[in-house]
Design a binder for this molecule. Structure first.
Ligand SMILES: Cc1cc2nc3c(=O)[nH]c(=O)nc-3n(C[C@H](O)[C@H](O)[C@H](O)COP(=O)(O)O)c2cc1C
Length: 344
């Protein structure tokens, strides 16, 4: 089983880098625009972008979303991302730790705490595994393995359906997530992987005790297309094209969730393109923004490319803060942002 998981992880990296596997949907932040402040009354160099997440100080409200782990390439990527996250003072999530739970040889590819002692690191497992033999023991083991500050459980029904070796029994998961929330010694974060968390799902997660939700909406990868290329079944391969643009946009879901769940910490991810999207997301109620694909694309080439990407994001975030007169993240949360298009 572990070999299958690792082969899949390697294929995912290669396929995610292909442009034709992108969804045509957008993240919808283009439908929102800040009110420009021509008289900001702040010094650009005084802008403070720090935030507290999971009790730790971040220099920027930014998260490297879960990508990988397990195989050799995943190990290198995780190590480089950890060094990057530590250097820039941002949060980091590893990809699914299932391979390491099933074979100790793969634990080393998640062994990144030594490279990033100060930042929040998030453990990661597929929530559906709670229906395939995993329980609190496995969740706690994933957390302890990397001395994580929280556990991310990802929800990925569409991917599992298209995946040749997919686990498609999602029955009764809400109760099982509730059990993990009650027993785990760190907070549980629930995320999608590119299709978004709707109001209804957020409500059920809230009832289950989940206090942090990562929207992970549309605007980037099409998992149906990716999994279809690993499929032998012709009908499923054909169906994948019709699901290419499935999903809920990050901005739309963020607006709904932030209006309705005042005591859930929201992470906006899914197709976040630049630091202006990040600033808009914060102004619309997110505490943090995440990105996976862009980090994968850049770190895959070189650490330097990944640093250029982060620096661009930071510069755009700070410029958006400057031009909205927001001296710090608390002020950015109150910045005026207008809906400029009818997307409903
Ligand atoms: C190669 C690759 C592997 C991924 N594996 C995981 C995973 O193991 N666990 C998870 O929660 N999300 C995983 N994701 C999903 C991302 O964390 C993220 O939710 C998704 O890519 C949408 O965000 P983006 O638009 O910033 O890429 C993966 C993404 C990529 C590109």
């Amino acid at each position: 089983m572990v070999n299958i998981i690792n082969k899949r992880k390697t294929q995912h990296i290669a396929l995610c880098l292909k442009r034709y596997n992108r969804s045509k949907l957008v993240n919808d932040f283009n439908n929102y625009q800040f009110e420009h402040n021509a008289l900001p009354e702040i010094n650009y160099y005084d802008i403070d972008t720090t935030v507290i997440f999971l009790g730790k100080k971040l220099k920027y409200p930014f998260l490297i979303s879960p990508i990988t782990g397990g195989n050799k390439i995943g190990r290198k990527i995780n190590q480089n991302l950890a060094k990057l996250a530590q250097k820039f003072g941002i949060a980091l999530s590893v990809g699914s730790q299932r391979s390491a739970l099933e074979n100790d040889n793969f634990i080393s590819s998640f062994d990144i705490r030594k490279f990033a002692p100060d930042i929040p690191i998030l453990a990661n497992l597929g929530a559906v595994q709670l229906n395939y033999g995993y329980n609190i023991e496995e969740c706690q083991k994933a957390v302890d393995m990397i001395r994580a500050d929280a556990l991310v459980l990802h929800l990925n029904p569409l991917q599992e359906i298209f995946q040749p070796e997919g686990n498609t029994n999602f029955y009764g998961l809400q109760k099982k997530i509730e059990n993990i929330c009650n027993k785990l010694n760190v907070p549980v974060i629930v995320k999608e992987i590119g299709y978004g968390i709707s109001y209804d799902v957020a409500n059920r997660l809230y009832q289950a005790g989940v206090k942090i939700i990562d929207i992970a909406g549309s605007g980037s990868i099409s998992w149906s297309c990716i999994e279809a290329q690993r499929q032998q079944n012709i009908s499923i391969k054909m169906a994948a094209k019709n699901f290419k643009n499935w999903g809920n946009s990050t901005a739309k879901m963020l607006k709904i969730l932030s209006n309705n769940f005042k005591d859930i910490t929201l992470i906006a991810s899914g197709g976040i393109k630049n630091g202006i999207d990040m600033a808009k997301a914060i102004a619309m109620g997110a505490s943090l923004c995440g990105n996976a694909l862009k980090f994968l694309q850049t770190i895959y080439k070189s650490e330097e490319k990944a640093e250029i990407f982060i620096n661009e994001m930071i510069f755009e975030l700070k410029t958006a803060m400057f031009c909205t007169g927001s001296k710090n993240i608390e002020e950015l949360k109150k910045a005026k942002i207008n809906f400029i298009n009818n997307i409903t």
